[in-house]
Design a protein around this ligand. Structure first.
Ligand code: G3P
Length: 218
């Protein structure tokens, strides 16, 4: 399973890269706004900065909701760097746009996915990645991981090539469950990834090793 980081924060992207586990980056308009990145030129420049840090795939989301607008925006975004993936919402015009991008050799990430039916449609349109929003499904007391499992089963049976990118992933447990249920990629904040490090027995064991070493060498 690949690890993408879900942020537009350059320091965090750099930190994940230095940790040696960074396979790519996902962003969305909310994450760009959180970093105070506004205006078309600034947004495009910011994507360029992200692509300068990582050679992994970088999802850049369109704002338009009509086919022509999405295609225009997507073309501009894809010109920034070879590793840009155009992120398109799961709406009717979005499916048309994903088909157009697929036919024109531009990678896509179909976002805001909440059902297996939507996942089938995105795969039929040729999406490179599919983003089911796990945390937001959990938020309404449904089970986000069951959706990942169902999509993984359907894609395997049907031979769909679209990569399942578990999104809205917020905790280390989500990462483990996504891996177990067949996600190809997980995208999450850096804190969820570093949370995987934690185990009290590791801390206790290390303290004991160091104490024993100190005693033996004093
Ligand atoms: O990758 C999608 C993600 O940014 C949404 O996460 O936590 O806002 O549901 P969240």
């Amino acid at each position: 399973m690949q690890f993408f980081i879900d942020t537009a924060n350059l320091d965090q992207i750099q930190e994940a890269k230095e940790l040696g586990i960074l396979d790519g980056v996902t962003t969305n308009p909310s994450l760009m706004a959180k970093e105070g990145i506004t205006g078309t030129d600034n947004v495009l420049n910011h994507y360029k900065k992200i692509c300068d840090i990582t050679t992994g795939d970088v999802s850049a989301e369109v704002i338009s909701t009509d086919f022509a607008g999405m295609v225009e925006e997507g073309k501009r975004l894809s010109e920034i760097a070879d590793n840009i993936v155009v992120k398109v919402p799961m709406i009717k015009e979005g499916i048309k746009a994903i088909r157009w991008f697929t036919d024109n050799g531009i990678s896509t990430n179909c976002t805001l996915v909440f059902s297996a039916g939507q996942a089938i449609l995105a795969a039929k349109a040729g999406a490179t990645y599919l983003s089911p929003f796990i945390g937001r499904i959990d938020d309404i007391t449904w089970d986000g991981m069951t959706l990942i499992k169902d999509i993984a089963e359907i894609y395997a049976i049907q031979g769909y090539m679209t990569n399942i990118l578990a999104a809205s992933v917020r905790s280390p447990l989500h990462i483990v469950q996504a891996a177990k249920n067949g996600a190809d990629v997980v995208t999450c904040p850096l804190s969820a990834i570093t949370g995987l490090l934690n185990h009290p027995l590791t801390d206790i064991g290390l303290a004991k090793f160091l104490a024993d070493h100190k005693k033996a060498n004093s």
